[in-house]
Design a protein around this ligand. Structure first.
Ligand code: NAD
Length: 279
């Protein structure tokens, strides 16, 4: 039996995102996969975007459907304008609208700056920065058209940009990636400023070191992991679910007054850990 005090303090549990429609880019791997599943578990219908790997995307869809919500996989390259426009049009046709965009797709093409080819530079900027712009633009158009639906959410729509601690931490050997994430910070803040008057919340989540395929070499051996953990005051490598939980909360009305913010989910990586003993 629950006590009356507990009942007062804890109203009946409701899925945080019930009735909301979400699209997650790059959702068949790593952080995007965990986030798509997390949003589905919280009650949202989810579009699982992928660019390659249909089978993996279909598995994510199945897992989301097991929560009793709707999901489908959609192939599109986020750096291709026509494909992005087509993906959002398709979502509006099938789900009626969109409430949450998680612009997550990203990649690395690492090289010392003096060796970096224009193709390596351009690819990372195209996917990590232009891809986020294109997806945010299409989502925002639908948010503005539809406006606020109070039964669904206090906001007209939510955009969450997947950034990185490297939006503020320089990263030798990764000039293209760091520049793309620095760009994401200013894109996010500018969109937030521009769209807030229309009830749209734009924010970012900035992961630190998360165990996914993108940084496999950084944690794959005990030696590599020990080296990596020197940069993490909390002394553990993050899991994709750490990011999924932050995104789910940020997308919900629990965070309705959070606009233009970056939530660092990094075990303290942005605390300049070298200064714990030096300086
Ligand atoms: P991942 O490689 O597992 O996932 C990246 C996803 O993006 C994959 O599904 C990939 O297919 C997809 N993708 C790549 N190019 C695409 C395109 N053109 N169109 C659509 N999808 C495309 O890596 P991850 O770690 O899950 O990365 C997800 C995001 O998190 C990225 O934006 C990355 O920069 C960011 N991030 C990751 C970490 C980390 O430690 N893993 C840290 C900071 C930021």
């Amino acid at each position: 039996m629950t006590s009356p005090v507990d009942e007062n303090r804890r109203p009946a549990a409701l899925p945080l995102l019930r009735g909301q429609k979400a699209l997650v880019t790059g959702a068949n791997s790593g952080i995007g996969k965990a986030t798509a599943i997390g949003l589905g578990r919280a009650g949202a219908d989810v579009v699982v975007n992928y660019v390659a790997g249909k089978e993996a995307a279909d598995e994510v869809v199945q897992e989301i459907e097991s929560f009793g919500v709707r999901a489908y996989a959609y192939e599109a390259d986020v750096s291709n304008e026509d494909q992005v426009v087509g993906m959002f049009a398709d979502m509006v046709e099938r789900f009626g609208t969109i409430d949450i965009l998680v612009a997550n797709a990203g990649l690395q093409r690492d090289a010392a700056s003096v060796d970096m080819t224009l193709a390596q530079w351009q690819k990372v900027l195209d996917v990590n920065l232009t891809g986020q712009f294109l997806c945010a633009r299409e989502a925002a158009k639908e948010f503005v058209r539809r406006g606020v639906v109070p039964e669904v959410s206090r906001a007209a729509g939510k955009i969450i940009c997947m950034s990185s601690v490297h939006q503020i931490i320089p990263w030798a050997g990764h000039a293209n990636y760091a520049a793309s994430k620095g760009g994401v910070l200013m894109l996010m803040q500018t969109l937030a400023q521009e769209l807030a008057p229309q009830g749209i919340r734009v924010n970012a989540v900035a992961p630190g070191a998360i165990r996914t395929p993108i940084n496999h070499d950084a944690w794959a051996t005990p030696e590599a992991e020990a080296e990596l953990l020197k940069l993490v005051p909390y002394r553990r490598v993050g899991d994709p679910e750490d990011i999924a939980d932050a995104v789910t909360t940020l997308a919900s009305d629990l965070m309705d007054y959070v606009v233009g913010a970056t939530i660092y989910v990094d075990g303290g990586m942005t605390l300049f850990p070298g200064f714990a003993t030096g300086g």
